[in-house]
Design a protein around this ligand. Structure first.
Ligand code: SAH
Ligand code: SF4
Ligand code: F3S
Length: 447
């Protein structure tokens, strides 16, 4: 590569989970410290970071076609951007990317992006730079302070996974489970609140595996952290995602009945309703133990909105086993859920299992599952009509005077009036749609 001028503008394109969004924001903050500014809307950036996801099919192909597109646009504009590949594809296939895509200057894994500034220097000198080291914790200490974002902010508290579900790449791309220290998290949360956040979503690949010591040196789990965060003035709402059924403890369940700032929402993936499939997935829980857990949450917080993740077409899944999944969806009555077709991931045990399911069968099962989930989501929205709740305003709606925000149950709610982003507005949920609700503000309600 030829030496080039140091980039003045950047664009970060994040794919995948919320942790990638968080990482993308932190990379942007690092670049900001170096005086590199976000590229104005519609203009080519000097540096493009593709912050990639490896979880499902064609992840790598997508990266190569994105790189191709950037090179083409750069040639047309007479100046190719510097390209960095970050995220989980960088971690899993970094060497291959370097070999196959000469236009890429930097490959940086999710645990190494704090070293991005040095890598940029190298790339500016015409050297290519790869860093896919794994010790996650060093990264957080090396990052600059948080900058202003919207009213709702992410905060990574836990990273990595030791569970090794047989279909999943995350333990390989994010490494072993680590928890960030309590004091660092309280400090980052305070900073986020100072810069205007009133809602914080705590993130982790298995967020409820977080453990540490509180400010008095006592052992604490996620519930302890949530109790401490709830004492921060100006922080109005706390959420957390994603949890694993086996990392749940009594204290976290109880916190849902004790901490008013903890929102009545739980994302708890189950993946399948069939115990045989769950065993083949190495989930280490059964459908029954999962349902019992949800009952405990409902006992302390009867209005809690439940959400989950599902995989259809895991190797060997029979029609009857798939129907077990439909049944668990009916039993739980999810307010929301994500569902995916099984995707064989290189290097995972399930990829070489017998009984891989034909694509048409997966399509058909996914459609049936999604119809069932949509039915329950709409039912949950309809059952919310008449409730009065606070909505956190996150953006303007389609028409002037219209606002969009989130209910405590994470539903999208739109309403009209004279407000600003970041306001917590009390509304009565007046009309339900499949994906959102219309709210009425007290002042606009008939007396
Ligand atoms: N740690 C979280 C999930 C992280 S990945 C948990 O266990 O709950 C997010 C979701 O992607 C998973 O819950 C799963 O439903 C889906 N997923 C992961 N690997 C997949 C694969 N190989 N094919 C299809 N979906 C997958
Ligand atoms: Fe993947 Fe399972 Fe870990 Fe979740 S718990 S990240 S699905 S291995
Ligand atoms: Fe994707 Fe990595 Fe997140 S594989 S889902 S970006 S942990």
């Amino acid at each position: 590569m030829k030496p080039t001028s140091a980039p003045k503008t950047y664009r970060v394109k994040s794919f995948g989970c919320q942790m990638n969004v968080y990482d993308g924001e932190r990379m942007a903050e690092l670049l900001g410290e170096r005086g590199i500014a976000p590229a104005p809307e519609g203009e080519e950036a000097d540096l493009v970071i593709l912050n990639t996801c490896h979880i499902r099919e064609k992840a790598a192909e997508k990266v190569y076609s994105d790189i191709g597109r950037l090179v083409k646009a750069g040639n047309k504009a007479g100046k190719a951007p510097m390209i960095a590949v970050a995220g989980c594809v960088a971690q899993a296939e970094g060497e291959e990317i370097m070999a196959r895509a000469p236009a890429v200057s930097i490959v940086v894994g999710p645990q190494a992006y704090h070293r991005l500034p040095e890598m940029l220097d190298k790339a500016t000198n015409g050297e290519r730079a790869t860093d896919t080291d794994m010790p996650a914790i060093a990264k957080f200490d090396a990052l600059p302070a948080r900058k202003k974002r919207g009213p709702s902010a992410f905060l990574t508290v836990q990273e990595g996974c030791d569970k090794f579900c047989t279909y999943c790449v995350v333990p390989y791309t994010r490494g072993a489970e680590i928890s960030r220290p309590f004091n660092h998290l309280i400090a980052e949360a305070r900073k986020l609140v100072e810069t205007g956040a009133c809602e914080i979503t705590l993130l982790g690949q298995n967020v409820n595996a977080w453990s540490g010591e509180d400010d008095k040196g006592r052992p604490a789990g996620l519930a302890g952290l949530i109790h401490a965060l709830a004492n921060i003035d100006g922080l109005e709402r706390i959420r957390y995602t994603t949890s694993h059924p086996n990392d749940m403890d009594e204290a976290l369940i109880a916190a849902h009945g004790e901490v008013p700032k903890l929102m009545p929402y739980l994302h708890l993936p189950v993946q399948s309703g069939s115990d045989r499939v769950l065993k083949a997935m190495n989930r280490q829980h059964t459908a029954e133990s999962y349902l019992r857990l949800l009952e405990q949450f409902r006992a302390v917080r009867p209005d809690i909105a439940l959400s989950g993740d599902f995989i259809v077409g895991f190797p060997g899944e029979t029609e009857a086993e798939f129907e077990d999944t439909l049944r668990i969806v009916d039993q739980v009555g999810y307010a929301h859920a994500f569902s995916f077709k099984y995707s064989p991931r290189p290097g995972t045990p399930a990829a070489t299992m017998e009984g891989q399911i034909a694509p048409q069968i997966m399509d058909e099962r996914l459609q049936r599952l999604q119809a069932r989930i949509a039915h329950h989501q709409f039912a949950f929205n309809k059952a919310s009509v008449g409730k009065t709740c606070k909505v956190l305003v996150e953006r303007t709606g389609r028409n002037p005077g219209q606002w969009l925000g989130k209910s405590p149950w994470l539903q999208s709610v739109w309403f009209e009036g004279d407000y600003a982003i970041g306001d917590l507005v009390e509304v009565t949920l007046a009309e339900a749609g499949p994906n959102s609700l219309m709210g009425q503000v007290r002042a606009t309600l008939p007396a």
